[in-house]
Design a protein around this ligand. Structure first.
Ligand code: BDR
Ligand code: CA
Length: 311
């Protein structure tokens, strides 16, 4: 199996991504989950990561807490999307599995240094604060990372927290800039992809029909998450952003895109956090990311449903 570290701010869609990864041990080995502040403050994202592990019956997964605020800015959160806990929609007991003692940034540095070069893939589902902090402290880790697959940004689709910016990049644009300049091979799942995978009722019903705790949790979380987006997206479902990252590792043929240059706006008050994607190759700036644009939405939901039914 391919070794991955998932850096996340759960979040119902992050939860779907974690479950998809944990459902597929023959393909993916989840070395650890690292948490970051984003959708809600760090204490809650760290709680929620453990909630998901416990729902999955995987209390042995290692969870490391990371940065509690962006590099240079005040934290912006999204309770309006994810609810007060960040993971509203399904009743759970408070998690009892441990949080590892080390800071996520130190864990990332030590693990990448100890692994063979190219052994570890990073999957990022939130702001890039932990990764950027690790790169600043230990620039030698960059060439050791096999690939960084992120949910973040948007180009033809625009933004979701401002007209120009997608939430994960907006929360910490300075961190995103460091990551995009790092030379790590990046695969980017922007809103252009994630807005194509909507949690339609017929899709969520299939999770509920599993009659399992994971199926019930997924249905409850997605019903809650959807409530926010129904009016906005004019459909009976909201976009299921983060599991596209894991789906890409399992079934890359579901996606298509192209290699581009991507730069991050960090200065303009109007467009801060914008991912400036040179899709038409008009600048001659070097390619630094593989930017996805298309997804086979039915294939994606088939994969997610089939894998979650394994719990
Ligand atoms: C991203 O923002 C978060 O609210 C979601 O979990 C996802 O990672 C979408 O813009
Ligand atoms: Ca997220």
């Amino acid at each position: 199996p391919r070794k991955i570290i998932i850096d996340t701010d759960p979040g119902q869609d992050d939860a779907a991504a974690l479950l998809l990864a944990l459902s597929s041990p023959a393909d993916l080995e989840v070395v650890a989950i690292t948490t970051v502040a984003g959708n809600v403050p760090l204490s809650l994202t760290t709680r929620n990561a453990r909630v998901v592990c416990e729902v999955a019956g995987r209390r042995e997964v290692k969870v490391y807490a990371g940065c509690d605020r962006p590099l240079k800015r005040q934290l912006v959160t999204a309770e309006h999307v994810h609810g007060k806990t960040g993971l509203d929609g399904f009743e759970v007991d408070e998690p009892t599995m441990p949080v590892e003692a080390a800071h996520a940034v130190d864990f990332l540095i030590e693990t990448l240094r100890a692994a063979e070069p190219g052994e570890i893939t990073l999957c990022t589902l939130g702001a890039l604060t932990n990764i950027a902090t690790a790169l600043e402290k230990a620039p030698d880790i960059a060439p050791r990372i096999r690939e960084l697959v992120m949910m973040g940004g948007g180009f033809f689709e625009g933004g979701n927290i401002t007209p120009a910016a997608e939430f994960n990049i907006y929360v910490d644009p300075d961190a995103a800039e460091i990551v995009f300049k790092s030379g790590i091979p990046i695969v980017m799942m922007p809103l252009d992809v994630t807005h194509r995978v909507l949690t339609l009722k017929r899709r969520v019903d299939r999770f509920r029909a599993m009659g399992t705790r994971v199926g019930d949790a997924m249905a409850g979380w997605l019903d809650f998450f959807e409530r926010f987006d129904v009016e906005k997206y004019g459909s009976d479902g909201g976009p299921l952003h983060d599991p596209t990252v894991i789906a890409y590792l399992l079934r890359p043929e579901l996606f298509s895109g192209r290699a581009c240059n991507v730069e991050i706006e960090t200065l303009s008050p109007l467009t801060v956090g914008m991912t400036v994607v040179d899709w038409w190759q008009v600048t001659g700036r070097p390619h630094n990311a593989h930017v996805m644009r298309e997804i086979d939405a039915e294939g994606f939901f088939e994969l997610l449903t089939e894998r979650l039914a394994r719990f």
